[in-house]
Design a protein around this ligand. Structure first.
Ligand code: SF4
Ligand code: FES
Length: 144
């Protein structure tokens, strides 16, 4: 079955959202709620902020569910600004988000390169460990 892809355009920029890849990390709603608001329809409002802020927020999506296209050309990972300092943040009732370009070795010894933002499972129920796949929502994972 073909993956669902939604497009939200403004000027030269089109934000692309792939709902099946979204892990509900809430990074986008908490970071730029004027644009990314799951309570509204459509949930992405391109009029809510300027394009620089929208592009910045999209580049923090840890799952790759959000991306953007400039003048019909997909922006490559390398051309998006990345953080130089690596930092980590535990999302309430959700994954551990690591900001920065990192290399991850999984329990089978497979090495994966991750750019910009990576979500690691904290609930233990992900089918894609060590990464979060959104299952924490289904199982109702809570920090306390
Ligand atoms: S995974 Fe991406 S699209 Fe989904 S809520 Fe998080 S930041 Fe938003
Ligand atoms: S924290 Fe998201 S699946 Fe475990």
């Amino acid at each position: 079955m073909e993956e669902i892809t939604k497009h939200y355009a403004k000027g030269d920029i089109t934000v692309v959202w792939k709902p099946e890849q979204c892990i509900h990390s809430t990074v986008c709603w908490k970071g730029l709620n004027e644009v990314f608001n799951p309570k509204k329809r459509p949930w992405i409002d391109m009029e809510g902020a300027n394009l620089e802020r929208i592009k910045g927020q999209v580049s923090h999506c840890p799952s790759g569910a959000l991306s953007y296209i400039v003048n019909n050309k997909t922006v490559s990972e390398d051309s998006v600004a990345t953080e130089e300092v690596i930092s980590a943040e535990a999302m309430k009732n959700g994954p551990l988000i690591v900001y920065g370009n990192i290399t991850v070795k999984d329990s089978k010894g497979t090495i994966v390169k991750k750019n910009k933002v990576t979500a690691f499972c904290r609930c233990g129920a992900s089918s894609n460990k060590p990464f979060c796949d959104g299952t924490h929502i289904k199982i109702g994972f809570r920090d306390e």
